[in-house]
Design a binder for this molecule. Sequence first.
Ligand SMILES: Cc1cc2nc3c(=O)[nH]c(=O)nc-3n(C[C@H](O)[C@H](O)[C@H](O)COP(=O)(O)OP(=O)(O)OC[C@H]3O[C@@H](n4cnc5c(N)ncnc54)[C@H](O)[C@@H]3O)c2cc1C
Length: 483
Amino acid sequence: MGPEVVDVVVVGLGVGGEEVAGRLAEAGLDVVGVERRLVGGECPYWGCIPSKMMIRAANALAEARRVDGLAGTAQVRPDWAPVAKRIREEATDTWDDRVAVERFVGRGGRFVRGSGRLDGPGRVRVGDQVFQARHGIVLGTGTRPSVPPVDGLADTPYWTNREAVEVEELPASLLVLGGGAIGLELAQVFARFGVRVTVVEALDRVLAVEEPEASEVAAAALRADGVEIHAGVTAERVAHDGRQFTLHAGGTAYAAERLLVVTGRRAYLDELGLETVGVRADQRYLPVDDRLHVADGIWAVGDVTGEGAFTHVAMYQAGIVVADVLDHVRRSAGKPDPSGTANMMGGAMGAATLSEHGSSGGVPRADYRALPRVTFTDPEVGAVGLTERQARERGINVQVGFASLGSSTRGWIHRADGFIKLVADADHGALVGATSVGPAGGEVLSALAVAVHAAVPLAQLRHMIYAYPTFHRAISEALRDLA
Ligand SMILES: Cc1cc2nc3c(=O)[nH]c(=O)nc-3n(C[C@H](O)[C@H](O)[C@H](O)COP(=O)(O)OP(=O)(O)OC[C@H]3O[C@@H](n4cnc5c(N)ncnc54)[C@H](O)[C@@H]3O)c2cc1C
């Protein structure tokens, strides 16, 4: 039997793929969506959502513990059972995607369960089925945990984020290999539930991609929760004796009941059949242009592009891919440019992306200058755009402004740790990056993200009125410091 001809095939229905496939199907295209595990991908089942449920619960414990000395006394008895139940029942339907599949089919898509693989130009093979895509193929295959080649590790029953999220009963002790965002978030959660947690990080500080001041506050907060942190320590060997793990690192042996490996994520390109369309598979990520093209008739979306492993990046890119595929369909039908493909794009993109950086023939181009990211530790670490170091490395004439949250009225009332750090391009008089650490650091970030995204002149930011006494009012303090 020859290949079945359809309009578009989307391989991988995670955050990005599901959005693209659903919206193209709603636009009337004949779309096949291929997913080998769960429709929705990492975020709803093992990532953002369950981890944030865990954090919500752990933060409730921490807040209750703050009653002493502020409002009387409170006794807190942590219990993991309601957290596990909520993840199972509310977040993941016990890791069942029936509802998500129905949602996709309800939007007009055709669902195929299995592993998709390119099979020559325009073709995707899923087991015995072969689809020929008339208009294009979209790869949204995401990432999987990257496990470092540490001697002995592969033979042990270590955890990745998946096991950590699925856990029903907490271990007494946990080693966390990797002090990035995911490692710190999970370390703090488990510590707040009474697990003895040790974090081992190879780089010289945790949260190493963010500002050093952010690393310091995050490390201090975790230590206050009882987490042991060892940075600048390289894992050499791991052993498991059936009962406990021993991690040999930097001349010390660390022991714990469980070992969680969160040392980053990587795309597995070698299983996608890229060689059949002339694309190299020996790369870290799928290189894309600013309209997410990989090659003729092939787009990519989400983590697999290496442009930022965040759900909001996958959604943002999905908007561009949808617009570009529809533009391609319209052009191949020989239709004139209507009111602008962007009008069909709806929610995920929003009008702001159609800036002078963003638009070509109605299709916006990806622009990551104001990429926001939040590490949901307590305090939260929010950051957007460039760090001071990145800005200096790019030869920008850097000015830095800093304000400690503790010296702001709200921060002092709240007894909050945190700060606002601004990184400005002095030649252009606008922010190129900012970090906001505090109890609501991720929320305060929104104002800074607008400032970086729209390159709001510093003079205008200084003349804004900042509500008193909010955490975000510390931005005005940092602006004064910048001058
Ligand atoms: C613990 C944790 C916490 C996180 N927290 C946040 C957060 O707070 N905020 C945030 O923005 N991001 C967070 N992330 C990141 C977020 O989950 C990812 O950025 C997002 O899931 C990426 O979406 P995606 O569509 O690119 O890929 P994925 O969600 O990984 O989906 C890819 C899908 O493709 C499927 N697939 C792969 N290969 C094939 C194939 N050959 N055929 C068929 N199907 C295939 C996979 O089964 C998977 O379902 C977190 C991640 C983790 C692990």
